[in-house]
Design a protein around this ligand. Structure first.
Ligand SMILES: [Zn+2]
Length: 503
């Protein structure tokens, strides 16, 4: 591996004043894990051991920042396409309890690799896979093996102890939660993951009350946690209560908090979130499918929330893990919803809303994402001194040619797919080259789980996904989902009179 990489003569997307993104023909020199220089014709004659990647007819973009994702769910892909939230909770989310250590590793690794192949270089992973004392360590070992930059939000998980009938663990906060936070934090502090991976906290059990919540959050912060993330869907299908209000009452609403979705949030929620310096991850593809409500990043009635927003994929078990796809799904849905509002009034808009432009969508998946996890000084844009998380797109592919030469940001947001991502660099290390994922070196912690395997090519990972998916599917086929879903919905105290098939 070379100690420096020169990206030669590409069209770089550079952030400037007010987050305006300009395209500039330039070289970018990466030294170690850092962007060392951005300038045309960089002279590398005095440097040794430089790998040159020729970027003529390429777009060089900052790596994408995804602020809400459940990376373990790969083996569940394909089963949720026609499902709503409460169906998915039974057929998807709760299936974590079917995962063995090996399926956790491969599910998580393949989730990371799908994202990397699509140009995502950072993920806030809401890791609700804590189904045994060692499950989270195995999942984290997979993230570390992948090379992705990530905040692993360790999440106390609602375990299903029996499916016949569906029975939840009587102790939502398992006895290993506090010790696990301590030991994962100690391992990371001792150099595990070489600072690419940080510990966060995912939490959704506010019914446990203020004493336990404040104790857990304080412990997490003592363990170095800087980001705490919670699902918040304010709607009839989950709860009409205000989570920001609950957190505020508990005394834990601060800048470490990142709400995923916040769909249905009110103006007073917005005030609480913005005053606290908290943030939101908007996941349009899932929110639109699962009736969460309108994605808040584009809501016209609460513009005060826009600057606190970022974007996430959420469940790659249900939608593609591509941030440009998330950007355009959210953007086009917002434009469509606005147009319908005008149509209902018998008029037609002559201009797009200022917040519904392509550049802002790009920023939601880059620099605004970095701000949401308070890492804007390190990631989210191409700038000297920032970490080298970079994506190179083919600008003359069948999808990109023409668009890329006219407007490179438009090309990325509106025309690209993961097939156009040629090179992905995270922390100065090439993870995708020539359009293909580079082989993975298995982290030592996981080698025992994998029977001593040290390296994995993508085809090895794919084979293991096929195998473990079949294993999980065999168990899923034994479940009575009508009964299980009913019991699960009851356990969430959902007002069932609000669940209707049609109106
Ligand atoms: Zn989620």
């Amino acid at each position: 591996m070379s100690s420096s990489i020169l990206l030669k003569n590409g069209t770089a997307l550079l952030h400037g004043v007010d987050d305006h993104v300009r395209s500039e023909k330039t070289d970018i020199l990466i030294t170690g894990n850092t962007i060392a220089k951005i300038a045309p014709n960089i002279d590398i004659s005095a440097l040794q051991d430089v790998e040159t990647i020729h970027c003529t007819d390429k777009i060089i973009s900052p790596g994408f920042v995804d602020t809400h994702h459940h990376l373990w769910q790969t083996q569940l892909k394909g089963r949720h396409a026609d499902e709503q939230l409460l169906e998915y909770m039974a057929t998807g989310n709760a299936q974590s309890s079917q995962y063995t250590e090996s399926s956790i590793f491969y599910g998580q690794l393949a989730g990371c690799l799908e994202a990397l192949a699509a140009g995502t270089t950072y993920i806030l992973d809401h890791a609700h896979i804590d189904v045994s004392p060692t499950a989270s360590r195995t999942a984290l070992a997979a993230t570390i093996s992948s090379g992705l930059r990530s905040t692993f939000a360790y999440t106390p998980t609602a375990r299903i102890t029996s499916w016949h009938p569906l029975t939840k663990s009587p102790t939502p906060l398992e006895p290993w939660v506090f010790p696990n936070l301590t030991s994962l934090s100690a391992s990371l502090a001792a150099g595990w993951g070489s600072s690419r991976v940080q510990l966060g906290l995912g939490f959704d059990f506010y019914f446990l009350g203020p004493a336990l919540v404040t104790e857990l959050f304080a412990h997490a912060k003592d363990c170095g946690v800087r980001t705490i993330t919670s699902h918040y869907v304010r709607s009839a299908q989950m709860s009409l209560a205000s989570l920001p209000e609950t957190l505020s009452t508990f005394g834990v609403l601060d800048q470490s908090i990142l709400f995923s979705h916040a769909t249905g949030c009110s103006a007073s929620d917005v005030a609480l979130i913005t005053n606290a310096g908290a943030h939101v991850s908007c996941t349009p593809a899932i929110e639109l499918q699962m009736a969460h409500g309108a994605p808040v990043a584009w809501r016209e009635d609460i513009p005060g929330i826009h600057a606190s927003c970022s974007l996430g994929v959420d469940c790659h078990s249900a939608v593609a893990a591509s941030m440009p796809e998330v950007m355009r799904t959210g953007l086009q849905a917002a434009r469509g919803m606005r147009n319908l509002r005008f149509e209902a009034a018998g008029v037609t808009p002559t201009k797009l809303h200022a917040a519904m432009g392509v550049e802002r969508a790009f920023n939601l998946g880059t620099i605004l994402g970095a701000r949401a996890v308070r890492a804007q000084d390190r990631i989210g844009s191409l700038a000297v001194g920032k970490l080298a998380d970079v994506v190179v797109f083919d600008a003359v592919s069948p999808a990109m040619v023409g668009a890329a030469q006219q407007d490179a940001v438009v090309a990325v947001v509106m025309h690209s797919s993961p097939a156009d991502v040629e090179v992905v660099i995270v922390d100065g290390v090439v993870r995708k080259r020539g359009g293909r994922l580079v082989d993975v070196v298995v982290d030592e912690v996981a080698r025992e789980v994998l029977g001593g395997r040290e390296t994995l090519a993508w085809k090895d990972v794919a084979k293991e996904i096929v195998r473990s998916r079949e294993e999980i599917q065999r168990e899923i086929e034994k479940i009575d989902f009508v009964d299980s879903k009913e019991r699960l919905v009851k356990s969430f105290y959902v007002d069932q009179s609000k669940l209707v098939e049609d109106i």
